[in-house]
Design a protein around this ligand. Structure first.
Ligand code: ADP
Length: 304
């Protein structure tokens, strides 16, 4: 039995279903996607909850109804009067998916506005997951308070995991992004960076350098993702190792590759697997997710 909590922003997704302007409404967002996969991977004795802020409009109601229908607890969602949720629209140009966002006013940006609420939702969790996007959407001055609350929960025994998901457009500057990533990582036991992104931001020459940089910030485990290349794993008591990822014949849509990888890895660790076994579970799941369109792919999760 255990309690898993992810924090961040879930958005309305509008995805084209045919030419001519017909769109399907869904809900997704990086840390939410991880919670969605975690719900399907963890045994029912585990609770999976999502902490965010939404508005008091019908769209926010629909989002919460969707979460509940998917088995994700919404008791940790704070309502903000007169506010609403963020939205993104997908368009396809020359076979490439492009994303257009309307999230500047979304309620989730106020997640650090009530520290009593934040401490309350973090209390008693066994695993807490957040990402650099969770931090990026907060007002710059409140990121430190937010990480402080997570650090307190970690001190009380929660395992904290941090995905370094980079979205330059959400940060006020490259420096702020670099500092934000390091601050988030310093709060975490397990850090999940992407070599493609980190190597540009921090000038890491190799995935091993990325892993060691996060190790120096205090992580116990680091799994550096590198698309179809081998994962670079680092553990405090075992050092560096590499793990090949399964070959994917046809990559259809890489959305949520990292989010599903995180869920596979976290669920593995929660069930008592070691890092290599847990990362292998994450890579297998991610490989199936990118073989199908969309962020949430039910058929990618095989029955236990
Ligand atoms: P992120 O989405 O966080 O940037 P990656 O794109 O590196 O991370 O992908 C996360 C994981 O998804 C990888 O570690 C790998 O397991 C899987 N993956 C991504 N792209 C591919 C690919 N082209 N072939 C096989 N596996 C992939």
């Amino acid at each position: 039995m255990g309690a898993f909590l992810a924090l961040g922003e879930c958005m309305v997704e509008l995805a084209p279903v045919s030419a001519g302007g017909l769109y399907r409404r869904g809900f997704a967002g990086d840390s939410f996607n991880t919670a969605w996969y975690a719900r399907r991977l963890l045994p029912q004795e585990w609770s999976v909850d999502y902490a965010t802020c939404v508005g008091d409009d019908p769209l926010s109601d629909e989002m919460l109804a969707f979460m509940q229908a998917e088995g994700i607890g919404t008791d940790s969602v704070r309502r903000i009067e007169g506010s609403s949720v963020g939205l993104y629209m997908i368009s396809v140009q020359d076979g490439e998916r492009q994303f257009c966002y309307w999230r500047g006013q979304s309620a989730a940006r106020q997640m650090a506005g009530d520290l009593k609420w934040l401490d309350g939702v973090l209390k008693g969790r066994d695993m807490i997951h957040f990402s650099a996007i969770t931090l990026a959407i907060l007002p710059p001055k409140s990121r430190e308070f937010f990480c402080g609350a997570i650090a307190r929960a970690r001190k009380k025994g929660a395992i904290v995991t941090f995905d370094t998901n980079l979205r330059p457009a959400l940060w006020e500057s490259t420096d702020a992004m670099r500092q934000g990533l390091s601050m988030g990582a310093r709060t975490a036991d397990i850090v999940l960076p992407s070599f493609d992104e980190d190597s540009v931001l921090f000038e890491d020459a190799t995935p091993a350098e990325t892993a060691e940089r996060y190790a120096a910030l205090g992580a116990d485990m680091v799994a550096v993702k590198h698309r179809s290349e081998a994962l670079t794993l680092w553990q405090r008591d075992a050092g560096l190792s590499e793990l090949q990822v399964p070959h994917v014949e046809t990559v259809v849509d890489t959305t949520a590759a990292g989010d599903s990888f995180a869920a596979g890895l976290l669920a593995g660790l929660a069930m008592g697997a070691g890092l290599e076994e847990a990362a292998a579970q994450g890579a297998k799941l991610a490989g199936r997710v990118i073989g199908a369109p969309g962020a949430l792919v039910p058929e990618a999760v095989l029955p236990a």
